[in-house]
Design a binder for this molecule. Structure first.
Ligand code: CU
Length: 188
């Protein structure tokens, strides 16, 4: 009887499927091709505690005091912040501000549009008189440390972020789409 022999030596050649995923991310960010000022800075909402935005820039936040109806308030200047940082008052209110520089650096209490500019060395005290705006908010700042966040605001329930600054506002954000409202006769 014939024996049938089977060779079981089957070599399975695993076929390797090679997928070449070429992700060609050839995106070249070309800002503002064709002119036009970019839409510039996107406001990054860093949630850094202890800062608020006043007139578009960061301020070291040391609290808000309601001064409505008060004739004067004590305001501490320190290295490098104002405390309280925001005075919340009434429209048109006149307020005496008793300043104390409790820091070691020299600081100023400056409000351009009111002509207020009190400069104090460490440990000194001084006074200023301020008038609240009719609406919105008004920026005060230290000339030396503004860029360190030493600024504050007189607020009449207003938007501190848009507080009036000396130097006219940047023209705001522009261009919303007015796309919609389609063409004529969207017949039904
Ligand atoms: Cu200062």
């Amino acid at each position: 009887m014939p024996r049938s022999r089977r060779t079981t030596g089957l070599s399975l050649a695993a076929s390797a499927a090679i997928l070449l995923v070429t992700s060609a991310c050839g995106q070249q960010a070309q800002p503002g091709a064709g002119g036009g000022t970019g839409q510039g800075t996107e406001t990054e909402e860093t949630e850094a505690e202890g800062t608020i935005t006043i007139a578009g820039e960061e301020a070291n936040d040391h609290g808000t005091e309601d001064v409505a109806g008060m004739a004067s308030v004590e305001l501490e200047m320190d290295d490098s912040y104002f405390e309280p940082t925001v005075l919340s008052g009434e429209a048109g209110q006149t307020l005496g501000v008793e300043l104390t520089n409790e820091g070691s650096n020299q600081h100023t209490f400056t409000i351009d549009s009111l002509g207020v500019d009190v400069s104090l060395s460490g440990g000194e005290t001084g006074e200023a008189e301020v008038t609240f705006p009719d609406a919105g908010a008004l920026l005060f700042y230290c000339q030396f440390h503004d860029d360190l966040g030493m600024r504050g605001g007189l607020s009449v329930g207003g938007d501190l972020e848009a507080a009036e600054e000396d130097d006219g506002g940047s023209s705001g954000g522009g261009g919303g789409g007015d796309g919609g409202a389609g063409g004529p006769g969207y017949g039904r």
